[in-house]
Design a protein around this ligand. Structure first.
Ligand code: SIN
Length: 299
């Protein structure tokens, strides 16, 4: 009998590909990589193409010492593609696509924006493809962002289970998060506008196993914050599968975490990774800015 959960093994291939214009240093066996020795605003088109390939390969990449202005951050975001509509946040004055995520030192909240495992706004018809996040001020410890590689996690399921999952459509909705945050914080979450709120609460059905539009790689499209069930299943039927898949994807073997420094810029692929930003740095200020790049309808 296999009574003990078997630790994932094999198929960890987070090595760097051969690049002519950038240098890439992998972070963990599962995912993530540092792009070394480059400055984002000065990247040639050839280097930028390789950066995108590295992002698709490692799911999350980061660069140290960038210290971008809002204008430079916005210009880099624009290079990745058209900006996405953000469901919650608004841009800073003069740079509407650069959205602040700031927690003050004296702010204590039981729940934080992005504090649970999620993929960005999957309740939209066309959820964002890529998110960039830039650190300006960070706590001396804590505030690390974590990611999970949902393509690698999918490959580590048995063939029978993978075949079963391929037939399912996942219901992504902001409903449970909206209600839970409302109870915890005593105030409803602010959506960027009424239309987005209604679309978010209603949610969308997407393929549970989605195919990456650039690489053709299959990945689980699941998360803790927004997955509310599967098409045609009762909540009681769906919940054990959702719980299992979230636990499976977020086990340490499939993750990486980034310790931020002022000037670090990270970016991740929401089509193949979940992430969370923990609420573990009370007493310290954390000032971050993000952009989101539009995605296509998951298939
Ligand atoms: C996010 O979920 O986009 C924010 C993550 C973080 O603040 O680390």
């Amino acid at each position: 009998m296999w009574e003990v959960r078997v630790t994932p093994s094999g198929d960890f291939d987070n090595h760097a590909a051969d690049y002519a214009h950038i240098e890439v240093a992998p972070l963990t066996a599962a995912m993530g990589a540092e792009v070394v020795g480059a400055r984002l605003p000065e990247m040639s088109d050839a280097a930028f193409e390789e950066l995108k390939q590295a992002l698709y390969r490692h799911k999350m990449i980061y660069l140290r010492g960038q210290h971008l202005t809002h204008a430079e951050h916005e210009a880099f975001g624009a290079r990745l593609g058209p900006f996405a509509v953000d469901a919650y946040t608004q841009g800073v004055p003069g740079h509407r696509e650069v959205h602040p995520i700031i927690k003050e030192a004296d702010t204590k909240v039981p729940s934080l924006f992005g504090g649970g495992w999620h993929t960005d706004s999957p309740f939209l018809d066309e959820p964002p493809a890529i998110t960039t996040l830039r650190a300006v001020e960070v706590p001396p410890f804590g505030g690390d962002t974590h990611w999970a590689n949902c393509a690698l996690a999918f490959r580590h399921l048995s063939k029978t289970y993978r075949d079963m999952l391929r037939g399912l459509r996942v219901h992504m909705s902001a409903r449970n998060n909206y209600l839970t945050q409302g109870v915890l914080l005593g105030t409803p979450i602010a959506f960027s506008n009424e239309e987005t709120k209604q679309a978010g609460l209603e949610g969308r059905y997407h393929p549970l196993v989605r195919t990456h539009p650039e690489t053709g790689e299959e990945s689980l499209y699941i998360c803790d914050t927004y997955t509310v069930g599967f098409e045609g299943m009762t909540t009681a039927e769906a919940k054990p599968i959702v719980d299992f898949l979230v636990a499976h994807c977020t086990q340490a073997a499939f993750t990486c975490r980034l310790r931020w420094e002022p000037g670090t810029v990270a970016m991740w692929d929401n089509r193949a990774a979940m992430h969370l930003g923990p609420n573990d740095y009370d007493g310290y200020r954390r000032e971050m800015y993000r952009t989101t790049t539009a995605g296509t309808k998951p298939v």
